[in-house]
Design a protein around this ligand. Structure first.
Ligand SMILES: [Zn+2]
Ligand SMILES: [Zn+2]
Length: 329
């Protein structure tokens, strides 16, 4: 700063070199790049599991001639397709901000997550139409021999494990795709349970319960799909993602700060953008006020999970307004 003071003042503003504060690395726990790498790893593991489930169902269905298992296997194959869509979305989302996308590319992941919601609507439609086909007699009732039951139970276990794994990682990594895909995998669990229950009910002499079950399952899947679409559309439409008081509580503890207003947040859980007005002690000069501004930015990035970008409009506090004491120089 001292060399600036020695330089003769000019009448026109020049592009000033960034201060060291502006070049400081973000204080967040996990960088966007590292989080993206971990999300991709989760998706590769999930892809491997989903593909093995699908291939074993198709192979068994083919060998045994049980059509419903083979069909279920092809459905499981679409889970792997979803994983690939997720990998693509996360890959694009991880690219750093550039001149064309100065706010970064995080919304590519939100778009991919929206595709998961759409695929659930297709799945609900499929459950309904195949039940209707059985009802009208154009398709045979589902049958399960004991070995088929074993195949379904094993794949059910894999699905439960995948859903739990994705759910936990989505929270740790702030990934909307993993959260959406976890909800989708939970729906798969329900579908498989439905297949088992329906076969049991039909064999026990209650065939009328087949369409009733199908209606219930399709309704639940469609509802899950709509929830996923709604949530991700909210992210795309810049809905608020943090409670303003959560931001205010952090900022009001920063030295030099008197008050805060016009708090706005948007983005998705792993990529939250915050902008706000901060009123600082009015005796501070520009250099000190700039320092306070960066304390605010660092406090928000380090104390609120998922905050990646903070823009502060700094203004002087009112005359006589109380402010947090500044630390000794
Ligand atoms: Zn700065
Ligand atoms: Zn203001």
């Amino acid at each position: 700063m001292s060399e600036n003071r020695d330089r003769a003042p000019s009448l026109t503003a020049e592009a000033a070199p960034e201060s060291s504060l502006d070049r400081a690395a973000p204080a967040g726990a996990l960088s966007r790049e590292e989080a993206a790498r971990r999300v991709a790893r989760v998706l590769w593991v999930t892809l491997g599991l989903n593909a093995s489930v699908a291939l074993s169902k198709i192979a068994y269905g083919h060998a045994s001639g049980v059509l419903s298992i083979r069909a279920d296997g092809f459905h499981s194959l679409t889970d792997s397709v979803n994983n690939l869509v997720g990998l693509l979305g996360v890959h694009f989302a991880a690219r750093p901000a550039d001149a064309g996308h100065p706010y970064g590319h995080a919304k590519f992941e939100v778009l991919a997550a929206g595709c998961v919601g759409l695929s659930l609507l297709v799945m609900a439609y499929d459950v309904l139409t195949s039940a209707a086909a059985r009802l009208t007699g154009t398709a045979a009732a589902q049958q399960l021999d004991p070995r088929a039951f074993v195949v379904l139970s094993v794949t059910l276990g894999v699905n439960v494990a995948v859903a739990r794994y994705e759910r936990r990682q989505s929270e740790v990594l702030g990934s909307t795709f993993l959260a959406s895909d976890a909800a989708h995998t939970s729906s798969d669990v329900l579908v498989t349970l439905g297949v088992i229950a329906t076969v049991a009910l039909v064999q026990a002499g209650f065939p009328i319960l087949d369409p009733v079950m199908a209606l219930g399952i399709a309704g639940f899947i469609a509802w899950t799909g709509v929830q996923i679409l709604r949530q991700n559309l909210r992210y795309l439409a810049d809905a608020a993602v943090l409670e303003p008081h959560a931001v205010r509580d952090v900022v009001l503890r920063v030295a030099g700060v008197a008050s805060v207003h016009k708090i706005r947040t948007r983005g998705s859980p792993g990529d939250i953008h915050v902008d706000l007005h901060v009123q600082v002690a009015r005796h501070l000069d520009v250099v000190a006020a700039h320092r306070v501004t960066h304390w605010v930015i660092d406090a928000l990035k380090s104390q609120l999970t998922g905050v990646t970008d903070v823009v502060v409009h700094t203004e002087p506090a009112a005359e006589g307004q109380k402010f947090n004491p500044m630390p000794p120089e």
